[in-house]
Write a protein that binds this ligand. Structure first.
Ligand code: BG6
Length: 455
């Protein structure tokens, strides 16, 4: 069957940074077969050759362009012009396309316009299960705009034709969370407030906003990272066991968590790195946050009394995403051993750049003493893979091609996560200026105490 992937926004950052490398791997591994088409849609008036020359400069990875080029078509589109959608439809017909994915790698404010063009031209009709439409995050700029967009989409498409991306869900170790939890009774049966003390959900970035300030300055870290990636990670950590591993059963449990998560605005620190205001396209007076720290609780029987901490931001000195489960301190009363230096058990799920699971526990110090020292069981996930583990976008594009929905977000996930973030962003918080992670950490400890020293 001849397939097409049509990408709107194909001169954008996402295309060059993530989609081209992912498409390259899928072509190399023959998941995108000969005869398929990748239609690169954009406003820029140029030829396919110009587009390819530019893409080669923008894409950092060393790709074998010879295997990609035969699939590419560059199509100029004015997204307001219905004729351009009809022309695309004719083109697909003459290319003999039988199955189509339309990927909107554009800012959310353009979703309704493009979706209506696609629907009205008949590029996708309701009920056609060989057509899918994909939306990049953020889905909307706030709860109201997300609802508005979604209402439009449901007018044009069936829910099972709509795919909403959160690329963290495609990361290997995020897919691994439910396996670590539910395929190991040792964790499954210790996963609640009786054993767990706190959970850290962390996504630190080294770079600043780079060329994305035009987008970022209107969005900020709360909407760019917390509403999507960090809350998604938390839901996989905190959800109850789903009835089955079916996409909807998993999503039902995730939504329950989103409804129970509480973040009081007073328990949030928003920061902005020094130098942000000098970035191109950032307004001089910008109050946009490039850093968020939040203390949260999950108001249900499983998690009552456990604190969830979220930390994300740009210019924090390193790229590191991970989930840390801190178990409760070992009991001191009635202790068997005189040595009181035992450390708490800790489970770290390393998401990026390392991929793995590390479990910290206590052992006897080697030698003649009876001292207790911490030790680690360290599983390196990427070391087990032949070659590299797949990048998130490779997995997501493959699931799109194969019509697997589990790693995409359902509308009620979007709605409930916007609800959480909305409550924070509607309150004006002072913006804390920081130079580096040490600054941020000092402020966290000042406001939330020494316990967070190991962040
Ligand atoms: C994106 C955000 O969704 O995720 C970016 O818009 C952020 O601001 C990026 O840099 C981080 O993703 P990754 O996969 O590079 O950790």
């Amino acid at each position: 069957m001849k397939k097409a992937i049509t990408i709107f926004g194909s001169t954008g950052n996402l295309m060059y940074k993530k989609l081209f490398p992912a498409l390259h791997t899928l072509i190399e591994k023959k998941h995108i077969q000969e005869g398929s088409k990748i239609y690169c849609m954009a406003r820029r008036d140029c030829t396919l050759d110009d587009y390819i020359e530019d893409a080669k400069k923008q894409v950092k990875e060393d790709l074998n362009w010879d295997i990609i080029i035969p699939f590419l078509e560059y199509i100029i589109i004015d997204i307001n012009d219905k004729n351009d959608y009809s022309a695309l439809k004719d083109k697909m017909k003459s290319d003999g396309i039988e199955e189509s994915i339309f990927y909107l790698a554009v800012p959310p404010k353009l979703f309704p316009m493009i979706a209506s063009g696609i629907s009205e031209s008949g590029l996708i009709n309701k009920g056609e299960n060989n057509k899918r439409i994909v939306f990049e995050k953020p889905f909307g700029e706030d709860l109201a705009s997300a609802k508005e967009i979604n209402k439009d989409l449901w007018n044009y498409f069936d829910e099972n034709q709509i795919y909403r991306i959160d690329h963290y869900l495609g990361k290997e170790m995020i897919q691994n969370i439910l396996i670590v939890r539910f395929a190991n009774p040792i964790f499954e049966h210790t996963w609640d407030h009786t054993t767990v003390d706190s959970v850290y959900i962390i996504a630190k970035e080294k770079e600043g906003v780079m060329q994305r300030a035009g987008y970022y300055d209107k969005i900020g870290a709360l909407k760019d990272m917390l509403q999507s990636h960090l809350l998604q990670m938390a839901s996989l950590v905190a959800m109850e066991k789903p009835k089955t591993y079916d996409s909807n059963d998993i999503k039902d449990q995730k939504v329950k968590v989103f409804k129970d998560i509480k973040i009081a605005p007073k328990d949030v620190i928003l920061g902005q790195y020094d130098g942000y205001l000098d970035a191109d396209k950032v307004s001089e007076e910008s109050k946009t946050e490039t850093f968020v720290f939040a203390e949260a609780s999950i108001q249900n029987d499983q998690w009552r009394g456990v604190t969830f901490y979220f930390l994300t931001g740009k210019k924090l000195g390193e790229n590191r995403s991970e989930i840390i489960i801190n178990f409760r301190n070992p009991s001191i009363d009635g202790d068997l051993w005189p040595d009181k230096t035992k450390q708490r058990n800790q489970l770290r799920i390393e998401v990026a750049p390392n991929e793995g699971v590390i479990f910290q526990f206590n052992v006897k110090e080697p030698g003649l003493s009876n001292n207790i020292v911490p030790a680690k069981l360290d599983y390196c996930h990427s070391c087990q893979a032949v070659g590299n583990t797949p990048e998130a976008y490779e997995k997501l594009l493959l699931d799109l091609i194969q019509n697997h929905r589990t790693l995409f977000t359902r509308w009620d996930e979007i709605e409930t996560t916007w609800n959480i973030v909305e409550k924070i962003s509607k309150t004006t918080k002072p913006i804390y200026k920081y130079k580096d992670f040490d600054d941020v950490k000092n402020e966290i400890i000042r406001q939330f105490g020494d316990d967070l020293n190991d962040l």
